[in-house]
Design a protein around this ligand. Structure first.
Ligand code: NAI
Length: 371
């Protein structure tokens, strides 16, 4: 059986640090195990970038890339959301043998899920594998925006010391209203971690209400209308999957309903927030800050406006590359999870229900939109 893993080049770091499992070098720790069972394992680089095709906004996966070459007869495809191999409907049409896609991590929007349904290709992810990793990053990001941390650190590196320039836009999280769009595994863990900060209120927006006991445990109130929800939040954090119902959800129209000077944290998926609308809202002070690790597309082009956008005081940018869910702790969990999904597949055993995004010809998850 041909197992194709589209990973990313880890370079020197991956040679020095064997726990960087999601790299071409370390192959999710799967190579020997797979080959000992007689499978052909192709662990390849995410893409081959053709420089002449690579404009400032568009990274193309070349027609001769390893991905396109090997997908035609692979039965199993493993990808990571961090440097995704984008499995489009066109590629799915070429992938005649493909039966199962496994996401090493959480979030499978880089696969055309509707095309996978049509072709009866299963899509599984390692649910829960990095949800604490992301929730911690979200809490950190909220704090660094609210407390105006990044400009303060940059000032110190520059050799300056002008406390008032920082303090004029630094606040406490205590007493603020924080709301999450999506209160699933990550969103709920964010709420749990915020409890000791004595926020004024924790609220959430999700078509799936939290079980009563869970909502009570964090004292979270559900708001059913999105505009009403954002208008109540000092901080909005986005923790829902990317699907037809969330693409561009935070756009110029919704931003009009945000509290003036709110902070927005998005570690879910870049395409949930409209790139230019967010940059404009930050520039005119509608938002005081935007932070996150996810971009539409990844890797983000060098001139992506989110790299350098600022609020009117020159701060408010907490962007980093996509790594919140790929700490070394998380990599062990999702590598083990991929192995267990593969093992079930080879042995014809039932998969854990929570890992199945797309089953045979249907969505099994309820988290990718209301269908
Ligand atoms: P989950 O499936 O446990 O929860 C998702 C929640 O979002 C569900 O409660 C669902 O009902 C809700 N939801 C879906 N559509 C919605 C909508 N239109 N409006 C409001 N709520 C909606 O998923 P989990 O584990 O919490 O992960 C969420 C997402 O976070 C992933 O799909 C992925 O895109 C992203 N993620 C990012 C990582 C990173 O490294 N930055 C790592 C892991 C996940």
């Amino acid at each position: 059986m041909k197992v194709l893993a589209i990973l990313y080049d880890g370079g020197e770091a991956a040679v020095q640090e064997s726990r960087l499992l999601g790299t071409v070098e370390n192959k999710l720790g799967l190579k020997e195990w797979l080959e000992s069972q007689g499978h052909e394992f192709i662990g390849r680089s995410r893409i081959m970038l053709f420089k002449d095709q690579c404009s400032s906004t568009l990274y193309k996966e070349g027609p001769n890339s390893d991905f396109q070459k090997h997908i035609v007869d692979a039965e199993v495809l493993i990808t990571t959301p961090f440097h995704p191999g984008y499995l489009t409907r066109d590629l799915i049409a070429k992938a005649k043998n493909l039966k199962i896609c496994i996401t090493a991590g959480v979030g499978s929007d880089h696969i055309d899920l509707n095309a996978a349904v049509d072709r009866r290709i299963q899509v599984l992810e390692v649910s829960g594998s990095n949800v604490v990793s992301v929730a911690e990053h979200v809490v950190m990001s909220i704090l660094l925006l609210v407390r105006n941390f990044v400009p303060a650190h940059e000032m110190i590196e520059r050799g300056d010391w002008q406390v008032s320039d920082i303090a004029r836009n630094a606040f406490d999280l205590e007493g603020k209203v924080v709301g999450t769009i999506g209160a699933g595994r990550i969103g709920y863990r964010v709420l749990q971690r915020l409890v000791p900060f004595d926020c004024k209120e924790l609220i959430y927006y999700d078509y799936a209400p939290l079980p009563e006991a869970a909502a009570k445990a964090v004292n979270a109130r559900r708001v059913e209308d999105l505009k009403d929800f954002v208008s109540q939040c000092d901080v909005v954090t986005v923790n829902c999957p990317l699907h037809e119902g969330t693409r561009g959800l935070v756009n110029a129209e919704l931003l009009k309903h945000f509290k003036k000077g709110a902070w927005l944290v998005n570690t879910a998926r870049g395409a949930i927030c409209d790139k230019d609308a967010v940059a404009a809202a930050l520039a005119d002070g509608t938002l005081s800050g935007y932070s996150g690790d996810v971009w539409n597309v990844q890797p983000a082009p060098k001139d992506h406006i989110w790299r350098t956008m600022k609020n009117p005081l020159g701060g408010g940018n907490g962007m980093v590359p996509h790594y919140s869910g790929t700490t070394l702790d998380a990599q062990i969990r999702y590598a083990n999870g991929v192995k267990s999904i593969l093992d079930n597949y080879f042995k014809g055993k039932e998969q854990e229900a929570q890992n199945i995004i797309i089953g045979l010809g249907r969505y099994e998850t309820k988290a990718y939109g209301q269908r």
